[in-house]
Design a protein around this ligand. Structure first.
Ligand code: ADP
Ligand code: MG
Length: 245
């Protein structure tokens, strides 16, 4: 696809001590693209996400955001973490802060917005994820699906260039999965660049531009969803799909 690259990994290698977790990963995510990453447990999917906003360092290769190498430290690194938002399996909300405060906090601290501006923006975003009515509640008063939607609103509040989702629905009860996926589908339709690690194959089929299949730290397949699901090329992918579908 002839789109501008936003995230580019070139020959990325990462080790945890002796363990070679990312092996010669080359991967490009274009602006507005939705890339779903799937693969067996331990294949390096979370590590891949974490290297992209530099929660982990790499030993060789390069990662570019919008054509520039990732910053190493200081304010530029804080800005990177805002520009590449991350949504985790565990929602990581502040328990002793309200929903509104959770969404506003980083805006005032990192983006240096005034409190009023931050709150106004937070309410708009909570509206967008269907939670404006819950702004004054505390996370524990919300369902898991609602908490994850707050976490998405919080990431959006930083006006990210891209969002990384690491198994955003894996900790949710089945009846809550769809409300979170629906918010993610809407973001995709609005043109957000997204990398999504998920086991939700329905989401991959309906929302992804590409599916990246990882095994043993490598990208084994990187293809359009319909091709990947109907005719996986590698034995690893065939085996994986036969277990989950
Ligand atoms: P996935 O998300 O695909 O399940 P991970 O990226 O979490 O895979 O892990 C890849 C490999 O790296 C696994 O073997 C895992 O045990 C190992 N690993 C992950 N995080 C660490 C860490 N902080 N220290 C050492 N090994 C790790
Ligand atoms: Mg993982």
């Amino acid at each position: 696809m002839a789109v501008d690259p936003l995230i580019e990994l070139r020959d990325v290698n990462k080790y945890y001590g002796e363990l070679h977790v990312l092996r010669d990963i080359s991967l490009t995510v274009g602006k507005g693209e939705v890339v779903v990453v799937i693969g067996p447990s331990g294949s390096g999917k979370s590590t891949l996400c974490r290297t992209v906003n530099r929660l982990e360092t790499i030993q060789s290769g390069s990662i570019l955001l919008d054509g520039r190498p990732l910053p190493e430290e200081g304010r530029a690194l804080a800005r990177l973490r805002a520009e590449v938002g991350m949504v985790f399996q565990s929602f990581n909300l502040f328990a002793h802060k309200t929903v509104l405060q959770n969404v506003s906090l980083a805006q005032t601290k990192v983006r240096r917005r005034k409190r009023d501006d931050a709150d106004r923006r937070s309410l708009e975003l909570l509206e967008r994820v269907g939670l404006a009515a819950h702004a004054a509640k505390y996370p524990a008063q919300l369902s898991g699906g609602q908490q994850q939607r707050v976490a998405i609103a919080r990431a959006l509040a930083m006006e990210p260039k891209a969002l990384l989702f690491d198994e955003p629905t894996s900790a949710l009860d089945p009846e809550m999965i769809n409300e979170v996926l629906e918010v993610m589908r809407q973001l995709a339709r609005d043109g957000m660049t997204m990398v999504v690690v998920t086991h939700e194959m329905g989401f991959a089929r309906s929302a992804a531009n590409r599916v990246v299949f990882m095994a043993d730290g490598r990208v084994v397949e990187d293809r359009a969803p319909e091709e990947f699901f109907t005719a996986p090329r590698s034995e690893r992918a065939k085996d994986f799909l036969s277990k989950i579908l």
